[in-house]
Design a protein around this ligand. Structure first.
Ligand SMILES: [Cu+2]
Length: 398
């Protein structure tokens, strides 16, 4: 998994995504404008439809020739323009006074980072090798690999310049952060540079993108983007790594998996999906489920039958549930409490909670996806139970 690949949290990433989209669509247009007429004309003038004496010798057609020269040329210049401007953004280092310069060393098979000295003269040096996953004799993974607490820690919304090199007796590596769309060779005896500026707190994978020997595929590291005050507190201190277990932070996981592109987490806004700040089922959602039933989340209880309540009862219940189940409970809610519980919390995970995002609901929604009145949420089958618990914990704290 390229963690956080879809979050595209940096300025350069936006440029690269745009250049890629332009290239893709123009290539499709160019492809069909050549291959389409070619196939059509080959079919139209196939051998058994044309007699030799009908064949005319056309010497030229000025208008047509001008069009098929200028239009593709203009399109090619668009390729060039988007490629060029993206390259200029990626290759123009920001002013060093307005940036943090971090030294990066890539060697077989680890990344190391060295920060500038802080006010007390302390130089933070971090990084190191990725601990490979443990396998049993059948090759089944029994313990996941990990970077531990080691990472490249940077503040959010800040220009970061990487000055990269490799030891003289080493080989060429490439420092690649897929989510930020930046990649640059790391060459023995030479210093290469790249820069980035991430707009969102979170964690992103770092990989080596130049085949460099046996453990090339395990030459991982992590980028951890911190709020500025947390970064400064660490940078000005003497601790090796910032405090906090960023590896498991629910906020970072939401960022990493791209949940925030569809869900608000700090406000009650409804984007593509409902807010994750508080659980708000709308009246329409509840009515939709009451009327049609639901069978997609994989709860032990199985399907919820359709029409457990009807008419005015259904409306009354929907308003009550959508209001967060506050105030007097309508008698009609008895139709629901048998499975969802008096308090709507779902009876030990046998039916979904209607009032909060507990770990059971999260797990079932992430494993199975969810199609409902509001839209379609894709499944995230690779999110581990540990991560789901961390997300649930985080949502509870909001
Ligand atoms: Cu490498």
């Amino acid at each position: 998994m390229l963690e956080g690949f879809n979050t595209s949290g940096s300025i350069i990433a936006e440029h690269i995504n745009e250049a890629l989209a332009i290239n893709l669509w123009l290539s499709i247009v160019l492809f069909f404008s050549v291959v389409g007429p070619m196939v059509y004309l080959a079919w139209k003038y196939r051998a058994d439809k044309v007699k030799d004496e009908d064949v005319e010798n056309v010497t030229h057609n000025t208008l047509l020739e001008i069009i098929w020269t200028t239009v593709p040329t203009a399109m090619m210049f668009l390729f060039f323009w988007y490629g060029y401007t993206s390259m200029v953004t990626a290759r123009t280092m920001p002013d060093a006074n307005d940036a943090i310069t971090i030294k990066v060393e890539g060697s077989k098979w680890k990344w190391r980072y060295e920060y500038p000295a802080n006010a007390d003269g302390v130089v933070h040096k971090l990084g190191g090798a990725y601990t490979k996953p443990k396998q049993d004799e059948n090759g089944k993974i029994i313990e996941n690999g990990t970077m531990g607490i080691s990472a490249l820690y940077v503040p959010v919304d800040t220009n970061i310049i990487l000055e990269m090199t490799a030891p003289n007796d080493d080989v060429i590596h490439a420092f690649f952060i897929p989510a930020l769309r930046i990649k640059e060779d790391v060459v023995p005896g030479r210093v290469t540079k790249q820069w980035f500026n991430v707009k969102a707190v979170g964690e992103y994978d770092i990989e080596c993108a130049e085949y460099c020997g046996t453990d090339h595929s395990y030459m991982y590291s992590r980028l951890v983007v911190l709020p500025k005050d947390e970064y400064n507190a660490w940078f000005n201190g003497t601790e090796d790594t910032p405090k906090g277990d960023y590896d498991k932070s629910g906020a970072a996981l939401l960022q990493q998996h791209g949940c925030k592109t569809c869900h608000a987490t700090l406000t009650d806004d409804v984007f593509f999906g409902p807010t994750l700040k508080t659980r708000i089922l709308t009246e329409e959602q509840v009515l939709d489920v009451i009327n049609n039933g639901q069978n997609q989340l994989g709860y032990a209880m199985g399907a919820m039958p359709a029409a457990t309540a009807t008419g005015a009862d259904a409306k009354e219940i929907a308003a009550y549930v959508a209001g967060g189940m506050k105030g007097d409970q309508p008698a009609s809610f008895a139709a629901c409490s048998g499975c969802h519980g008096e308090d709507g919390k779902g009876q030990y995970g046998t039916a979904p909670s209607l009032v909060d995002y507990d770990a059971d609901l999260l797990r079932n929604v992430l494993k199975n996806g969810k199609k409902g009145d509001m839209g379609n949420m894709p499944a995230f089958p690779y999110v581990t139970d540990e991560d789901i618990s961390a997300i649930a914990e985080h949502l509870k704290s909001l």
